[in-house]
Ligand binder design. Structure first.
Ligand SMILES: *Cc1c(COP(=O)(O)O)cnc(C)c1O
Length: 359
């Protein structure tokens, strides 16, 4: 049987998608070979790649003047690729700090540019929150403003898109496709695939055309958005299987009502879990209500000594990967698009039973 998987990444994939991939694994659509064994430049593979892009454009309503790139190296390589691509004409950038991922992005950018760090983390009534934009010292001459929409480890998410007349660059690794998004507000959106898209090995970059020619001359050619855009993300061999499988996920999303329907379910799921945590004296979530992530829900038990038992019993109940990130401890339930409402209900039932027996 398939358990409910709450892993932060690589994360749960829709069962229907895995079944489809399984059905065509050995003999892809009667061609006598697996998609993994095909040239990335073959007519068949190029059609698969193009359909994935077209479906993503439909799902996210991506305007014509944006390129969609299917790259490798994870979101972490984008921490370097972004400053190398965007700081060629102006070395200044603003980085908003709200957690571990935005901090990692900042550290890489500091190797290539003059980075203004905006500390946006605060505490309101003992809960972690993101400060109002009016309190940020954004520069008036930055080449771009960077932030991480959803801090996967901390479980803290922006309630609104920051307002700026500079290109807005955002890490959507754990929140892409979870809610409707106005892409036209951004210069660049990037996301590692292994949270809310597909398997590890693929990284999406959605970049506005006018940002394709701002690169530093020393940039490695594989990292250069302009070259990747010109070559349809095939400067070298792309992650063909991850691209194909992500395409199956996009088809699954379109068949199931698209991003609007996912968002509705995601709100129900997060409301159910946060609602239960708030109603309990045994569990606690450390984030202020307005900045709670709808994808990653960290929580602690009243007694840390019970953590190990909680994880062990959860696993026995087919609820997997609930340990918090190694840097913070506690628990974390990642409830991406592929985790159904029934999975969250099963988790809440287990948590309630555990609290009654051990609280
Ligand atoms: C997981 C994650 C990353 C790192 O992704 P990799 O693909 O492992 O490099 C970066 N940012 C956020 C917000 C993440 O959730």
């Amino acid at each position: 049987m398939r358990a409910y998987n709450f892993c932060a990444g690589p994360a749960a994939l829709p069962t229907a998608v895995l079944e489809k991939a399984q059905a065509e694994l050995l003999d892809w659509r009667g061609k006598g070979l697996s998609i993994m064994e095909m040239s990335h430049r073959s007519k068949d593979y190029v059609a698969v790649a193009e359909k994935a892009e077209a479906d993503l454009r439909k799902l996210m309503n991506i305007p014509e003047n944006y390129k969609v790139l299917f790259l490798q190296g994870g979101a972490s390589l984008q921490f370097s690729a972004i400053p190398l691509n965007l700081l060629g004409k102006n070395p200044k950038a603003d980085y908003i700090h709200t957690g571990i991922w935005s901090e990692k992005a900042t550290k890489e950018a500091q190797r290539y540019g003059d980075i203004n760090i905006i500390e946006a983390g605060t505490k309101i009534d003992g809960k972690l929150a993101i400060t109002e934009q009016s309190q940020w010292n954004l520069s008036n001459d930055a080449a771009y403003v960077h932030y991480a929409d959803n801090e996967t480890i901390g479980g803290i998410q922006f309630a609104n898109i920051p307002e700026t007349d500079k290109p807005l660059v955002s890490d959507f690794s754990s929140s892409i496709l979870s809610a409707p998004l106005d892409v036209s507000k951004f210069g660049l959106i990037y996301a590692g695939a292994q949270k809310n898209i597909g398997p590890a090995g693929l990284t999406l970059v959605i970049v506005r055309d006018d940002l394709l020619d701002q690169a530093k001359p020393e940039i490695p050619s594989l990292l250069k958005y302009g070259s990747q855009a010109k070559n349809d993300s095939m400067v070298n061999t792309p992650a063909t299987y991850a691209w194909y499988l992500s395409g199956l996920v996009f088809e699954w999303l379109l068949e199931n009502g698209g991003v609007d329907a996912m968002h509705k379910t995601n709100l129900e799921k997060s409301k159910l879990l946060y609602g239960y945590i708030d109603s309990s004296d045994f569990y606690n979530n450390p984030i202020a209500v307005q900045n709670r992530s709808i994808m990653n829900v960290p929580f602690t038990l009243a007694d840390e000594a019970l953590d190990k038992l909680f994880l062990q019993e959860a696993e026995e109940n087919h609820l997997l990967n609930l340990a918090g990130h190694r840097s913070v401890g506690g628990m974390r339930a990642s409830i991406y698009n592929a985790v159904p409402l029934e999975g969250v209900q099963a988790l809440v039932n287990f948590m309630d039973d555990f609290a009654k027996r051990h609280g």
